[in-house]
Design a protein around this ligand. Structure first.
Ligand SMILES: *Cc1c(COP(=O)(O)O)cnc(C)c1O
Length: 219
């Protein structure tokens, strides 16, 4: 068996064990974050039957996935990186989920493009949970307004997404997102990466974004 498939299976087992241990009701989905990896490296996992993949650049996703998505109709692509308004058109073409909605301007652009393309993607609002200068995402006190605005545009907001500050215990931030998700009555949560996905499972994450633990270190 290919290394990436073996590592993927080990991750799924670790999630199942955690769920069993903590009596967690819902099994989270794993998004295999394939950014920077060539399609040949991803292919064993596609063949194995995994369906959710994450990319952080629109053009890379178009180049890499257009043909594959045409052939494997059940594959879902998740945009997990920053989205510039001038890339929205292409993003709507190739992606099924966007995890990085972070402004009204972007919401408006997505709504306009979706109308043109007759699409309705599933969207996460990215929250700058550590209130960090350089990080993308809305501040906590801006979530309410962005949800209201997005709903007026008929956008399908399914949950909140976060990337906790590096080198700090993620648990506290995951708990905060969990509470916020509940407050806004949203069904999904996008949090947890290679280093902290089991902590995210404990905090009711429904979409884990796991890259290097499956595909290896990115160069
Ligand atoms: C790259 C990336 C991941 C995956 O990170 P790993 O540490 O390789 O699991 C998850 N989320 C986002 C937003 C990313 O950019």
């Amino acid at each position: 068996m290919h290394n990436s498939v073996q590592r993927y299976k080990d991750i799924i087992s670790s999630i199942d064990r955690k769920i069993e241990e903590q009596k967690i009701q819902l099994t989270p989905k794993v998004i295999a974050v394939s950014k920077t990896f060539k399609i040949e490296s991803i292919f064993p996992l596609i063949e194995y039957g995994h369906l959710d993949y994450g990319e952080n650049k629109v053009q890379e996703a178009i180049d890499k996935w257009s043909a594959i998505k045409f052939r494997y109709k059940n594959i879902k692509l998740h945009l997990i990186g920053k989205l510039q308004t001038n890339k929205v058109k292409n993003a709507i073409k190739i992606f099924d989920f966007i995890h990085s909605l972070d402004s009204m301007k972007l919401a408006k652009k997505i709504a306009d493009e979706q109308k043109k393309q007759d699409k309705n993607l599933k969207l996460f609002i990215q929250v700058n949970i550590g209130n960090e200068e350089q990080k993308s995402g809305v501040k906590i006190d801006q979530i309410d307004d962005l949800i209201t605005f997005s709903k007026q545009l008929n956008l399908n907001i399914i949950g909140l997404m976060c990337i906790p500050p590096a080198n700090r215990e993620a648990d506290k931030y995951f708990k905060e997102i969990k509470l916020l998700n509940k407050k806004f009555n949203l069904p999904e949560i996008s949090m947890g990466m290679s280093s902290d996905y089991l902590k995210a499972v404990e905090n009711s994450s429904t979409y884990l974004r796991i890259g290097s633990s499956i595909f290896g270190q990115r160069s």
